[in-house]
Design a protein around this ligand. Sequence first.
Ligand code: AMP
Ligand code: FE
Ligand code: FE
Ligand code: ZN
Length: 288
Amino acid sequence: MPFPPLSGPIDLHTHSSVSDGTQAPGELVREAASLGLGAVALTDHDSTAGWAEASAAALDAGIALLPGMELSTRIEWASVHILGYLLDPANEELAAETARIRSGRRDRAERIVERIAVDYDLTWDDVLEQTSPGGTVGRPHIADALVARGFVSDRSTAFQTILHWRGGYFQPHYAPDPLTGVQLLRAAGGVPVLAHPATGGRGKVIPEQNLAKLVDAGLFGLEIDHRENTPDGRARLHELAGKFGLAVTGSSDYHGSGKPNRLAENSTSPAVLEAILEAGTGSAPVLP
Ligand code: AMP
Ligand code: FE
Ligand code: FE
Ligand code: ZN
């Protein structure tokens, strides 16, 4: 696809109120434009429901918009997130799987709230009040309810205490395994990139044999420049990217005021964006 030169930084990982960000999709896109970004991807957890609003805002504000999603997958207790760009939102297999994940997330949030309610005066309605209709429910909404009730001062504190997996209330949610995730995204014409793959301690990243299987299934890249990747982990990921010929991306994982991450605090090169635009066949970007 012919690709006009973009003037500002490219941020390929953001969340709106369709999942656990704090701004509506259009508001997020307008903020990105006003900060001078050249392109932004909307990657809500397990949902494409924000695409239409984000696209309209991008056209209006003169910024490029890459429609995307952050797909939840899991290996035992460890969650593995896979960013998918330019996928077909109407693809039946992918739409069915994301519906199943969203419903699993909701059930799991209810189970977490049941456990918390033993020790704190918190109800499921308190949590529902923090979500948007049809949106993807996550621990951040439980965090917001705990803040509203005055049990913690902000989301980050909630994650470090009551919502921490060691906090005693944690429950996992349904998600497919990462190989299935990559296959689903590719089959929907999407471009899969492993999100923040080095957040574990001691530079621990995905074992090489497992990565090889994801690459065979069509994995396109690794999100290496992300604030939560450890320095040792990043070095290892660069080796793996070189070995497997994977693209390297950088992004903010912006969640509005819900997380300290700022738009464009990390960014992706225009060459990699262009490669993603060439590889994605399931939907069209908005180009200014
Ligand atoms: P969940 O997917 O429901 O297990 O919740 C984890 C999600 O919470 C991840 O997507 C994080 O990015 C998000 N999150 C939002 N705000 C925060 C925060 N302040 N601290 C940690 N995680 C956060
Ligand atoms: Fe999130
Ligand atoms: Fe993530
Ligand atoms: Zn994210």
